[in-house]
Design a binder for this molecule. Structure first.
Ligand SMILES: [Zn+2]
Length: 420
């Protein structure tokens, strides 16, 4: 079905985009393309593996200060925060991209430019977003745009992997009451709009027994590896909902060693993660998995009856799930902004980005993309891969979309926030 924005959003967008200052802002962002790309390269060369973002954070802090943001500081979560003050009224809008990359120190040797693409680990995810924040601020300043609400620019820490959206979580825990909207930049293609939050949980579970000789102790004890296998077999048979999309994966299974090839192990470990766009289904799956683990231990214990298999667990990630109305003013505004740039918006089926944390706090939120991929181009940007690449041509369109979406939310002299 054709997606149509409501009359209210349409009218607001038309009023906003016909303002001379806004046109000037868009023009300034286009002119800023080369500088923005250079800054993206500069930041990519400052490596920032998750939990080690300090150096890159310091540079972002300096850049925010130079651009004249107020209250520039690094918060308790290591996030770099800077505020572009509004004139009053309007809505306070968070705009964020994450500092960290999935690559260990030493991965980035240089940034190579070839056939219209920049190549380097982390060039897109999410370093481009940081450059976009800065280019957006320059665009607003050059055009002398006064928003009503404050724009809060944040470069967040610990988004990836075991960071588990930690920087955003810390920032929101301290600030969510003062925020009315949140824009995350962490998608590949700027045509993609993410407004649903795929929640996920990642666990390690250890199974314990006595352990002994494979022959001598046989029949005298239960086998924790067999208990783990029983658990995995149960999980493997789970049926889950297709819609809202729900998934599960045992990703790691470990027990024993070569020296103990003829031993009943005393311990076996599995790691697994599961996801859903529905909070309820995520919780339900959590319950089912741990019930299966308990049953697997009981069955293995009952099979031999000589000792008891026990288990414990450690949780690595706990990212909340949630959804919003696809016709909320914020989602519609994001779509309208893209449309005005000649790009047909596309709604992603969920995602696990910092946007999840905002949705969980009940803040209207979207996650937008970083790169421009016109119809028919190869969209595989190889994120989380050493061959990661980023398309240069038309990159400014992403920054323009960001500015328009932010202005729709914050409100600007002459046009009220669409969230009013
Ligand atoms: Zn990312």
């Amino acid at each position: 079905m054709e997606y149509k924005v409501s009359q209210k959003v349409k009218d607001t967008f038309e009023a906003l985009s016909s303002l001379e200052s806004v046109k000037k802002g868009l023009e300034a962002i286009k002119k800023d393309q080369d500088r923005c790309i250079n800054e993206q390269i500069e930041l990519t060369l400052i490596e920032a593996p998750t939990f080690h973002e300090e150096k890159r954070a310091e540079v972002m802090k300096k850049k925010m200060e130079e651009l004249g943001l107020e209250d520039v500081h690094i918060d308790r979560g290591g996030n770099v925060v800077g505020v572009r003050k509004g004139s009053g009224g309007g809505k306070r809008v968070l705009i964020e991209g994450h500092l960290d990359t999935v690559f260990p120190f030493g991965s980035v040797k240089k940034v190579e430019e070839k056939n219209g693409f920049l190549y380097a680990p982390g060039i897109g995810d999410d370093t481009r977003a940081l450059a976009m924040l800065l280019s957006c601020i320059r665009g607003l300043d050059t055009a002398g745009i006064k928003t009503k609400g404050d724009l809060v620019f944040v470069a967040t820490t610990r988004e990836e992997g075991m960071g588990s959206l930690g920087g955003m979580k810390d920032f929101l825990d301290d600030n969510y009451e003062n925020l009315d909207a949140s824009i995350s930049i962490d998608g590949g293609d700027i045509a993609d709009i993410t407004y649903e939050a795929t929640g996920f949980k990642t666990y390690e579970v250890n199974f314990y027994g006595i352990g002994g000789h494979a022959y001598g102790a046989f029949g005298k004890m239960a086998n924790p590896l067999h208990a783990a296998a029983r658990a995995v077999a149960k999980i493997a048979d789970f049926e889950v909902a297709e819609n809202p999309r729900t998934t599960f994966c045992v990703s790691n299974f470990h027990a024993g060693n070569d020296a103990g090839v003829h031993a009943i192990v005393p311990k076996a470990t599995i790691k697994f993660n599961f996801r859903s766009n529905s909070k309820e289904l995520l919780e339900e799956l959590d319950g089912r998995i741990f019930k299966a683990i308990g049953e697997a231990c009981d069955e293995e214990t009952a099979r031999w009856g000589k000792d008891t298999i026990t288990w414990d667990m450690k949780q690595y990630c706990d990212v909340p799930a949630g959804t919003q109305d696809v016709h909320s003013p914020m989602v519609e505004s994001t779509y309208a902004a893209l449309e005005s740039l000649g790009i047909k918006g596309n709604f992603s089926a969920g995602g696990s980005t910092n946007c999840n944390m905002a949705i969980d706090k009940g803040i209207p939120a979207v996650c937008i993309g970083r790169g421009y991929y016109p119809e028919g181009t190869d969209k595989d940007n190889k994120v989380h891969n050493l061959g990661e690449k980023y398309p240069v041509k038309g990159a400014y369109l992403g920054v323009q979309q960001l500015m328009l979406t932010a202005l729709m939310c914050a409100g600007i002299e002459g046009v009220d926030s669409v969230l009013e």
